[in-house]
Design a binder for this molecule. Structure first.
Ligand SMILES: [Zn+2]
Length: 304
């Protein structure tokens, strides 16, 4: 993959977003900080990547737990300036657990401070290159992506992955514009000249056109039938929780899906199953896709 030496992608899994380290004489910048439960691993990886060089700044593509969960620890270690998308500022000020999709999804993050914000149209200097800040609403209303015209590299966060994009929450917070926003964001990416995409999850990839085609195909499926999105969202939320817990007694699952607000809401609004049927369907479907396995009354995350 054609990335300059100054850009180092620390590829993580699904619980933690990738950390992108952009080295420069003026100090390194790291984009996104991973999930809270992985903080010690994140700090160790970052220390190796920096190899004694100064970390000047931490930047977030958006403020979901898997992208900002390591912020507090990185700030404590490096005392670096921290910059977040403008729209996230109020949520971080109030530590709005609902808007940040924390407690309502059984997710956690340590509270952190930020020094400044950036918005659509701004330019960030990272790794010795100028990056255009582009609004990328959809998966997160306030998300930003970063594009270097000189390098033709896009740091896409969860707006575009090699296979799809970060889950869109159906009508969460009474907002029914998320799919239209997702479409507009994908179209905006389609207008850029991109040689390499560095996504928030998964490896960097070259063929942005093919990834966009897959993303649009997926999006059309959700536009046709919103319950597809609801089912996908429920599976993503449960498998994410399971990645953190690693395992869960199967007998506790019906009570869990009835208790965790985001899962209960999806079921109530779109699927209308009993808690037992909802959890049985979730496990069966996640098992078929290889994301979980059952053994001896326990449900395990496979990490796939
Ligand atoms: Zn996200």
């Amino acid at each position: 993959m054609n990335l300059p030496d100054s850009i180092q992608v620390i590829e993580r899994g699904w619980l933690s977003a990738n950390n992108i380290v952009l080295h420069a004489r003026a100090g390194a910048v790291v984009v996104d900080s991973g999930y809270g439960a992985h903080v010690s691993q994140t700090l160790a990886l970052l220390e190796t990547a920096l190899a004694g060089r100064r970390l000047a700044r931490l930047v977030n593509t958006h403020c979901h737990s898997d992208h900002m969960g390591g912020n507090a620890a990185i700030q404590a270690r490096y005392g670096c300036r921290t910059s977040i998308p403008e729209g996230e500022a109020a949520l971080i000020d109030d530590w709005d657990e609902r808007a940040l999709i924390l407690a309502i999804a059984d997710q956690r993050a340590e509270r952190f401070r930020y020094d400044d914000t950036f918005r659509d149209g701004d330019t960030l200097r990272m790794g010795g290159f100028d990056w255009q800040v582009i609004a990328a609403p959809g998966h997160d209303t306030h998300a930003m992506i970063f594009y270097s015209p000189e390098l033709r590299v896009l740091i896409s966060g969860d707006a575009l992955w090699e296979n799809g994009f970060g889950v869109v929450f159906p009508q969460l917070f009474g907002r029914d514009t998320a799919l239209a926003e997702t479409r507009a964001t994908l179209e905006a990416i389609g207008r850029l000249r991109v040689n390499v995409v560095i996504p928030g999850h998964g490896r960097p990839f070259g063929d942005a056109g093919a990834a966009l085609e897959r993303a649009f195909y997926r999006l059309e499926g959700y536009e046709e039938d919103i319950t597809r999105l609801a089912r996908h969202c429920a599976k993503v939320m449960l498998s994410f929780a399971l990645l953190e817990k690693r395992s869960m007694p199967l007998a506790e699952l019906p009570a869990y899906v009835a208790r965790v607000p985001i899962l209960a809401d999806i079921n109530r609004h779109y699927l209308r199953m009993t808690a037992a049927a909802f959890s049985e369907w979730l496990v069966g479907d996640l098992e078929r896709s290889g994301a979980v396995r059952r053994n001896d009354g326990m449900l395990y995350a496979t990490g796939n």
